[in-house]
Design a binder for this molecule. Structure first.
Ligand code: ATP
Length: 179
């Protein structure tokens, strides 16, 4: 049975912190693959002007992950009912890929209020949860933290500042064009 780690986020845009984390978890947790679930725009939050189009975020993530063994970006949630709730996504995945076992990657910040998530008990009952340290919240695994955020990248692009070393070189032109 293949073990897949599910790493959700808006990836607006994807950056080296996301990629380093996915690679570290892949190795440390002996997963076969990590799937980055690019979350689609939530129709209830349409006024989030900062959020780039779903397909453009996916395009950057896929390009950024070319040559990154075992880590893939997917549009799986684009086809599910919105807003996408983690439990719903996990149920669909388990049905579509009956031979795979899905683990959930979340940050320590989210883990701290996990009991507010929809169907959190069902999630815990059926899936392993891998918690990575985030801000000052500890995790259950020890991974190197990369001090970069998508917000900072968007701000730097708007201010005409360099984003070298924050996103893979292959997507620097796209990030500059889109934001
Ligand atoms: P934003 O600045 O737009 O809020 P972000 O950089 O936090 O974005 P998300 O798309 O929200 O990126 O990231 C998805 C997940 O990746 C989040 O749940 C977050 O915990 C994690 N993450 C974000 N930045 C890092 C980083 N530098 N290192 C490790 N994990 C990160």
């Amino acid at each position: 049975m293949k073990r897949i780690g599910i790493f959700g986020g808006s990836f607006n845009p994807i950056h080296l912190g996301h990629i380093a984390l996915a690679q570290a978890v892949l190795r440390q947790c002996a997963l076969d693959e990590v799937w980055l679930m690019v979350s689609p725009q939530n129709p209830l939050k349409r006024n989030d002007a900062d959020l780039l189009d779903d397909h453009l975020r996916l395009e950057m993530a896929q390009k950024a992950l070319e040559g990154v063994e075992g880590v893939k970006a997917c549009d799986y949630e684009f086809r599910l009912p919105k807003p996408s709730y983690t439990w719903n996504t996990l149920q669909h995945l388990s049905k579509d890929y009956p031979d795979y076992q899905f683990s959930l990657l979340i940050g320590g910040d989210n883990w701290a209020h996990f009991q507010r998530w929809r169907n959190w008990q069902e999630i815990m009952e059926h899936h392993d949860i891998i918690v990575y340290p985030r801000d000052s919240y500890p995790g259950t695994i020890d991974v190197p933290l990369f001090d970069v955020s998508s917000t900072e990248i968007r701000q730097r692009v708007r201010a005409g500042e360099s984003i070298e070393g924050m996103v893979p070189k292959a997507i620097v032109p796209l990030v500059k064009k889109f934001y």
